[in-house]
Design a protein around this ligand. Sequence first.
Ligand code: GLN
Length: 196
Amino acid sequence: MRVGVISVQGAVPEHIRMSEAALRAMGRKGEVIAVRRLDDLRAVDCLIVPGGESTTISKLLRKLGLFDEVVRMGNEGTPMMGTCAGCVLLAKEGGEQAERTGTELLSLMDMAVDRNAFGRQRESFEAPLHIEGLDLPFPGVFIRAPLITRVWGGCRVVCVHQGEAVMARQGSLLALSFHPELTEDPRLHQMLFELV
Ligand code: GLN
């Protein structure tokens, strides 16, 4: 299996390291590549859109000519996981902040998000999360995290923290408002790879 990590800005090395650990833990052969070119993008079996700055990542995806191909692949069923800024980009609606910054979203999932929903007081925090499909709690690391404010159509919330949706799934697409790549827990990367 070939795993791609969109590599234009943000938490790229962390996702590569965790993807390699997850493949090892599953006993699956595979390769993890940093994606910056169309040829590389087209060659992956699943894709990670990392955290960082959603406006910057969106602009760079356009500039490098990757944007439309990510959309096409997502619509055609390539498994994808978006974390934090990546979660924002997978959404169809990015709220007032996305509009104000003119952030173009990939619009692959039937959900609305609120960027930086936690505000300055709680810029970053950690909390154990109960995620559908996982037996034991997952260590949630939140950094200037978005929230999923609404889902519709084929999109389903699969994790709620203090009454707020922090993870959603639509077919083979996973959106997480937190950062699994900053933990020592490969289970969510494994969940993505199992969709391949
Ligand atoms: N709030 C940031 C954004 O919307 C995301 C932060 C992150 O990825 N850690 O771009």
